[in-house]
Design a binder for this molecule. Structure first.
Ligand code: GLY
Length: 336
């Protein structure tokens, strides 16, 4: 039976991947096809088309795929104008002797491979950027959403489901409901195991919202946002990429599983080490307790799966054959 584990937003991807694989598609290709569904979703603000843009209002995508049997990865970082970043990463894996292409080089490579170029910024993501820009400082030339609401009857932003007022803009002059810009570290990760016990991993994201142009997170970095070792397991991360980078989180999880830890234990141990190594006060709510989240997804060589988050309240997707389930993630810190 095929087994896939993914981030909370991955149910359409794992369902399609399991279906395509059942019809004969190799599992890595099936995972990339599944991830495309999420990359295509304009409502998903953290992946592919519709992802939130960088500081300069341009969408930049990061992705990595890793093939366990070949022990080879392909990745792109800072990819602009091509929505299927995971598929471009797969081309890097299959067509080149390189592991990671970035920025203009990644785009040129994607063009050469025949990927379609387009503007990835949706009206909704542009509105989010405009709200973020306007909220940045009272001392620049941009009028904040709160000031807009008070002077023009409503703020110029009502696009995000967490912030939008049902049925239209906030009531006139109700500056207390002036919305704020959405913010995300969101990502899709999928790790999978086929019937022969071979392992594959894939991570795709638009990265940190409003990031400094050129910022790459953990997602395109082998060992940080994804790591797959056919002899041991596959793991991936979502959440604050810098922390997964500083702790080689996906690699750590796979090594712990190789040493006998269950996927959940391996994820929790890695998160505990990450929390203990978080020293900057701006990243801590109390000593030893990070104020950010990271969620880790893991599948061991024998097919055991597990997922854990830094904080309580997160979910993940488990696909076993045709069965798709959304399950609560284990966690390090209970809700305060
Ligand atoms: N984990 C996604 C990012 O930080 O870019």
């Amino acid at each position: 039976m095929v087994t896939l584990i993914s981030s909370w937003n991955g149910a359409p991807a794992t369902r399609l991947a399991a279906d395509l694989h059942r019809k004969g598609m190799p599992l890595l290709d099936a995972i990339v096809e599944g991830v495309k569904l999420v990359e295509d979703d304009p409502e998903e603000l953290s992946v592919g088309y519709g992802g939130l843009p960088n500081e300069a209002c341009e969408v930049e995508l990061d992705a990595c795929v890793m093939d366990g049997p070949l022990h080879k990865a392909g990745a792109v970082a800072g990819l602009r104008r091509v929505r299927h970043a995971a598929a471009v990463a797969r081309e890097v894996l299959r067509r080149t002797d390189h592991a990671l292409l970035v920025g203009e080089g990644a785009l040129q490579f994607a063009r050469q491979c025949g990927f379609v170029e387009e503007d990835l910024l949706t009206p909704k993501a542009r509105q989010a950027w405009l709200a973020w820009k306007a909220e940045l400082s009272p001392r620049d030339g941009w009028i904040s959403p709160r000031e807009q609401a008070s002077d023009f009857g409503h703020a110029m932003w009502a696009g995000h489901k967490d912030n939008a007022t049902p049925g239209g803009p906030p009531p006139p002059n109700d500056s207390s409901t002036a919305p704020t810009a959405p913010f995300t570290y969101g990502t899709i990760h999928v790790s999978g195991r086929d019937e022969q016990g071979h392992l594959f991993g894939c991570t795709s994201t638009s990265g940190l919202s409003y990031k400094i142009p050129g910022r790459a997170g953990d997602s395109p970095i082998v060992g940080a946002g994804v790591y797959t070792d056919d002899a041991a397991g596959s793991a991936g991360c979502t959440g604050r990429g810098e922390s997964s980078l500083h702790n080689c989180a996906a690699y750590e999880v796979v090594r712990l599983m190789e040493g006998g830890a269950s996927p959940e234990q391996a994820a929790l141990q890695t998160l505990a080490r990450m929390a203990g190594r978080t020293r900057e006060r701006r990243l801590l709510s109390t000593p030893g307790r990070p104020n950010f989240n990271v969620t880790i997804y893991a599948i061991r060589k024998d097919g055991a799966t597990g997922c854990a988050s830094m904080h309580q309240g997160y979910e993940y997707v488990l696909q076993e054959g045709d069965l798709t389930r959304v399950l609560p993630a284990a966690f390090l810190f209970p809700k305060a």
